[in-house]
Ligand binder design. Structure first.
Ligand code: 3SL
Length: 246
């Protein structure tokens, strides 16, 4: 993972794992989950099993881990059972990326599903932004890079004082410009789209590539993600930046 090479003080880190961890987390918030505790290892979830009002989810290699009823499909979070509960979740890549970024001044979770709400907040916070792409087992992937390109385009075009000389950001922007009119089609030969298709999860891929299904802005407070949009919004994020001053 390249994160340590880019980590910088006073930067807002946006963690993204389009397929599928951060899309699932955004969907869970949209459907009423109260907080999400991302954990790196399956063993870290055992402590939470059988707690009241806690849903425990585990995915490895694209599949729900044996013994768990929830994984990382956004569709599994579209139900009333999750309302007001805590979700403890571990996934192959996404929750590892959140763990890796824990020394950041502030961590937000992004996906295409919360794109507008996320980028509106980024513009209003007015700080340097780093998009941490979860990739696949520490390797590059296309879909997270496309999301980084979409964020880069949004910030550069917004008329704010954003600029970038990062080749990674410029490469993501260039890819996104080629892909944006049909993200699903662009990913036709990508490893992750193919991996999920082999598991009959093509509908998950399509859903995770759709824009603006939710206004949630997941923000890591301590060990839990909460939805900043329902807990003080921009003011919460600005005061977190003050509190976590580096
Ligand atoms: O959610 C994740 O960490 C993914 O990268 C794994 S999946 O293949 O989409 O299930």
């Amino acid at each position: 993972m390249l994160y340590p090479l880019y980590a910088a003080k006073e930067t807002v880190t946006v963690v993204v794992d389009v397929l599928r961890a951060t899309s699932a987390i955004c969907t869970a918030f949209e459907h009423g989950i109260a907080r999400v505790i991302p954990v790196p290892d399956v063993e870290d979830t055992y402590f939470y099993k059988d707690h009241d009002d806690v849903i425990v989810a585990a995915e490895r290699g694209g599949e729900v881990v044996e013994g768990f009823s929830y994984g990382n499909s956004p569709f599994s979070y579209m139900n009333d059972e999750i309302k007001g509960k805590t979700l403890v979740i571990t996934t192959t890549n996404g929750t590892q990326a959140i763990e890796a970024a824990k020394d950041s001044q502030i961590i937000l979770v992004g996906s295409f599903l919360n794109f507008d709400a996320l980028t509106e907040n980024l513009r209003n916070i007015d700080r340097d932004v780093m998009v941490l792409c979860a990739g696949w087992k520490n390797r590059f992937n296309l879909e997270d890079t496309l999301f980084a390109g979409a964020v880069t385009e949004n910030l550069l075009e917004a008329g704010f004082s954003y600029a970038t000389d990062s080749d990674a950001a410029l490469a993501s922007l260039s890819l996104y410009k080629s892909a944006k009119y049909d993200l699903f089609d662009f990913l036709e030969n990508s490893s992750h789209r193919n991996r999920l298709e082999r598991l009959n999860l093509e509908e998950d891929v399509k859903y995770c590539l759709s824009f603006n299904k939710t206004r949630c802005v997941p923000y890591l407070k301590g060990d839990s993600l909460i939805d900043a949009s329902k807990n003080g919004g921009l003011e919460l994020l600005k005061s977190a930046l003050q509190e976590n001053k580096v």
